[in-house]
Design a protein around this ligand. Sequence first.
Ligand code: PMP
Length: 417
Amino acid sequence: MTSPADLARPDLDDARQAYADLKAAGMSLDLTRGKPSSAQLDLAAALLTEPLTDHRAADGTDTRNYGGLTGLKELREIFAPVLQVPVDQLIAFGNSSLELMYETVAQALLTVMPGAAHRWADEERVVFLAPVPGYDRHFALCEKLGVELVTVPMTADGPDMDVVEQLVAGDPAIKGIWCVPKYSNPDGAIYSDEVSRRLATMSTAAPDFRIFWDNAYAVHHLTDTEHEIADVLALATEAGHADRVFVFGSTSKITLAGAGVSFLGASQANVAWWLAVAGKRSIGPDKTNHLRHARFLRDADGVKAHMRKHREIIEPKFAAVEDVLSRNFADTPGVSWSQPRGGYFVTLTVPDGTATEIVRLAKEAGIALTPAGSTHPYGEDPEDRTIRLAPTFPVLDEVQRAMEGVAVCVKLALVQR
Ligand code: PMP
């Protein structure tokens, strides 16, 4: 019901009218998930259209047959420098790095990892640190496997290391930390060398503490600067903590999101442990896909050249998000957003207590946004202020229209407070 006070508020009337117009437009747009668009997937069309008539790998392996648990060497050679892992410590496996992360946590629960006194399942509590905002699937994986999550604030340089160091030094139940070190999901942060060094060298109460270094966006640049991050595995090894790091990556957003190749890199002891358990559930990965990828990408420069084509497609979409937000909210207190230099996401920060309402308003107007809270463990953003925007999947015109709609929703939520 309109109260007398509301009648004296033309800003509220305008915001309501704009929202009514938005709803009347009957949109059906989706900015929820970080998926490549069809145009991006088309860049890798040759993977599917060029027949693999010669199935032999460089070492003579017939890739059609069983075996080769570590994955095809020529593909690992391409990704070793990309993921900063020595080639003999890098495994190429299935089509999903998330699967490798799940498998690694699950196997740490079920079998004794290098440096561990027990299986994690035999520990009273297993806790992972969750820098927030972070990737919802990391958190969901832990929630599913009974791993507790403790939040740590993110900074522009990575997790707040004063907090991390204090927590891991004091509590042996803290067994791991999730890190997306480059163009982080969702805030685009790039870990500074100092943060990486502190992670690699810090004292941990748990002897079997692990960094889950999910370098999902290693080559996914949106600017001319191809940002580099520190070699965390080398730093940890130099500091005497070789077993501390698991590096993950995949070609999901390089070639095909559903039919790419995933990678796991770690110390020799970790790799041996992982292969011993993985070898019980698989005789080997899909090496024909590895070979297709090696031939298609050729080398690390081939990966770079391919990623420039992705950038051409998605950079305008990120520019559209920036354009709408800066036009509408440059001077709005409490509204800010990330300006990612790579990766797949923009984090929109809104005044405390308004994110859920904005996402609800957008949904009613036919614009799907990732649920508020999904950037935090257990789906709870205590300040209710973080919204993850994923502009890569829709075509440019849809991104523009969706973002204009989001701006209308933000304005209405703000004046309604
Ligand atoms: N890690 C991060 C940080 C991601 O953003 C995503 C996809 N959104 C994944 C992993 C999923 O990777 P994959 O497709 O290799 O399972």
